[in-house]
Design a protein around this ligand. Structure first.
Ligand SMILES: [Zn+2]
Length: 360
């Protein structure tokens, strides 16, 4: 874990660790949000801090557990403070999107470590229990209500306490941590006439015109012609739809770009992804959905991934399809196909991904 140390702390603690306090950063979701907020906490003038900041792809340590962070007056001396990217006003649907799901997995892994280390019970305390000195998990909002030293109400009323604590509990009981949570999809950069740079060069090379990195009238005309040929909206602008077409075209012309196309195809077939020998985000997502299903996220998407009927009811057939999928993945990755995802399977998966994954 990266450390960006904050000077805003008391050395040592006036009390033993008793509670884990959950916060939202009130900052936009992004893959650099944890680093940015940690950098903010690193400024002496901020006069605030937390022990750990989480976003969708990383945890950043700001204050050591044995020191007192300045985050929730009333529960600083006995609290471990965890900051999550996003806002207290988030709806339940927003807490369930791909970004938050990835971030909450990392946050749950951090909390599971704290639970093991400090013996903190995995339960969300009431305000009365917090005031009475019970051990457990609380929201900053609970601390504000209990001690009335702040009006902060994060992480908000729709924070998914039930699923979050269930995940912490599963991890403490030995569930396999998701090592590469599904990354938040980045919005494509829209390029149009006047744009310059490597993305322009990429489009020009693909279209077979002079690749000078300058989006002028000739590039505009070539993009429009390409859009017309594909039946897309003809505007000469490379937006989401045109990027998708261009990237698919580049992949098709490049052929399998993974080092072991057979292994990639077998992996794709196992998770019912498009079998093109190209290990990109789709293939990653499929494998991550299988791991999430093994950890209890047995939903419609998981049924589709393992090839079961997507009726939203996880019965014996879905479970059998999940185990069969794990066996196929194990065979693809060259480990014993016993249908149980343990440390050897995890290591084989990581090795296969490192060998074959390529982002576009
Ligand atoms: Zn807070």
């Amino acid at each position: 874990m990266q450390t960006i140390a904050s000077p805003n702390k008391y050395a040592g603690r006036a009390s033993a660790v008793e509670v884990i306090v959950i916060h939202t950063m009130e900052a936009p979701e992004g893959t650099a949000t944890a680093e940015q907020i940690a950098a903010y906490f690193a400024k002496p003038s901020t006069r605030a801090s937390a022990h750990v900041c989480a976003d969708s792809d990383s945890l950043v340590r700001c204050v050591a557990d044995q020191d007192t962070a300045w985050a929730a007056p009333g529960a600083n001396a006995n609290g471990l403070q965890l900051e999550l990217a996003g806002y207290a006003k988030q709806t339940a649907a927003e807490w369930a999107d791909a970004y938050s799901t990835a971030m909450l997995e990392l946050a749950a892994q951090q909390c599971a470590e704290w639970v093991r280390k400090y013996g903190i019970p995995i339960r969300h305390l009431t305000v009365a229990e917090l005031k009475a000195g019970r051990m457990g998990f609380v929201a900053h909002d609970d601390v504000s209500k209990a001690f009335r030293k702040s009006t902060h109400w994060d992480p908000g009323p729709d924070f998914p306490w039930g699923p979050f604590l269930a995940r912490v509990s599963a991890l403490v009981s030995g569930a396999v941590p998701v090592v590469n949570p599904i990354p938040a999809p980045a919005p494509p950069t829209v390029i149009r006439q006047g744009a310059r740079g490597s993305l322009v060069t990429r489009v020009q090379s693909f279209l077979g015109i002079t690749a000078d990195g300058i989006f002028g009238p000739a590039t505009h005309a070539a993009v429009a012609a390409y859009q017309r040929a594909l039946g897309l909206t003809v505007d000469g602008i490379v937006g989401a739809q045109t990027w998708e077409a261009i990237n698919a075209g580049r992949r098709a012309s490049a052929g399998p770009s993974t080092r072991d196309a057979a292994q990639t195809r077998a992996t794709q077939a196992a998770v019912h992804a498009t079998v093109d020998g190209y290990w990109g985000d789709d293939t990653d997502n499929g494998v991550n959905i299988v791991r999430a299903a093994l950890n209890g996220q047995k939903d419609r998407q998981a049924q589709v991934t393992v090839g079961a009927a997507p009726d939203g009811i996880w019965g014996a057939k879905s479970q059998a399809a999940l185990v069969a999928t794990v066996k196929k993945l194990q065979a693809a990755w060259g480990v014993k196909d016993d249908g149980v995802w343990g440390s050897k399977t995890e290591a084989a998966y990581q090795a296969a991904r490192a060998r074959n994954y390529k982002a576009w």
